[in-house]
Design a protein around this ligand. Structure first.
Ligand code: AHM
Ligand code: MG
Length: 341
């Protein structure tokens, strides 16, 4: 019997092996980050398995409803939040957690504290759960200077201060995309092994793309630069082909496609919602971190997204992110508008 194929599988680059390799480049490191990441990975696997069996397990439905046994059913986003909080606290490496699902930050009790702050959206795009569209978990990680007296000021810091960011997409496959500040790598969950395997090493976003991604239903309320930009995508003045429109309405899936194929993802502010919809700490920052690490840009309409200093936990901001040259064009339109004012 030929076991060579099996033998080859054991040589795979798992996410743990990858992070350990990265860590060995920093001899002073004590393995805390690897432990934290292992716990995040565990949370992702758990949520992935719940998402996959959502229809079967009757996990879909309103939080607070009861099932046939009279047990309370948990909506997937509520369940995912609990899973990540437990996974992060039990790592013993976190100090402050900020979740989209919780109004206040969670300050980890002193006996379980470590030096990391994690900001996360446990299940983004949850309005898409019931129709099986890809959804995901988004996370960003900061390090604390002093773990003894943590305050929310420790997380109200610009995105450029993050030490790592990533997302896990629960789609046709389960994909985890991670940056620890030295490029972007993608891992796919091999269900037969229960391991994330490096499948997309060194992701680089194309300099220019052929896709724009925006909720055009809001066009009526857009400002001048966004309107002008989308018009240029459809009717380019330089004779080039128009861009295609792709919008899933699930940020993880839209950003994942943008990273791999290039193009631009826009969630602008508008007359109704001047700050747009997406949250700075756990949506805009981690995605901007990844896009920059892959060679693209992320802009708020005023500044580099990662320079923004949030003033509250659930603050929102407009965001334009993607291929370097595409974002450059929208930046030019905002700069021209600012000059006119
Ligand atoms: P959520 O955090 O409530 O799930 O909302 C965030 C989602 C993003 O995944 C997506 O980019 C955006 O909302 C889509 O919004 P819209 O439906 O307004 O286009
Ligand atoms: Mg969200």
């Amino acid at each position: 019997m030929d076991h060579s194929a099996d033998a080859q599988r054991t040589d795979l680059m798992t996410i743990t092996r990858f992070v350990l390799n990265e860590q060995s480049k920093h001899p002073e490191s004590r393995g805390d980050f690897t432990i934290l990441l292992n716990h995040i990975v565990l949370g992702c696997k758990f949520v992935c398995s719940s998402v996959n069996k959502a229809g079967l397990a009757k996990l879909i439905g309103l939080a607070g409803e009861t099932n046939i046994q009279g047990e309370e059913q948990k909506k997937l986003d509520v369940l995912s939040n609990e899973v990540f909080i437990k996974a992060l606290v039990s790592s013993g490496r976190t100090c402050i957690l900020v979740s989209e699902e919780d109004e206040d930050a969670i300050i980890v009790e002193p006996s379980k504290r470590g030096k990391y702050c994690v900001v996360f959206d446990p299940l983004d795009g949850s309005s898409n759960i019931d129709c099986g569209v890809s959804i995901g978990t988004i996370f960003g990680i900061y390090t604390l200077a002093d773990i003894h007296e943590p305050t929310i000021k420790d997380v109200l810091r610009p995105g450029k201060k993050m030490v790592a960011a990533g997302y896990c997409m629960y789609g046709s496959s389960c994909t985890l995309v991670l940056s620890t500040g030295a490029g972007v790598n993608g891992f796919t969950l091999d269900p037969s092994l229960g391991e994330f395997i490096l499948t997309h090493p060194g992701i680089k976003i194309p300099n220019k793309g052929k896709i724009y991604s925006v909720n055009e239903g809001n066009a009526k309320h857009w400002d001048g630069p966004t309107t002008a930009y989308v018009e240029k995508c459809k009717f380019p003045e330089d004779g080039s082909s128009p861009k295609s429109l792709r919008y899933i309405g699930s940020m993880v899936a839209d950003v994942h496609r943008t990273l791999l194929y290039g193009g631009i993802f826009l969630y602008p502010g508008d007359k109704k919602n001047p700050n747009g919809k997406l949250r700075v700490l756990y949506e805009v920052f981690p995605m901007s971190f990844l896009v920059e690490q892959a060679g693209g840009q992320s802009f708020t309409g005023k500044e580099r997204a990662l320079d923004l200093i949030p003033t509250k936990l659930h603050e929102r901001s407009p965001v334009f992110l993607g291929s370097y040259d595409d974002v450059e064009e929208i930046k030019a339109l905002y700069a021209a508008e600012a000059k006119e004012e």
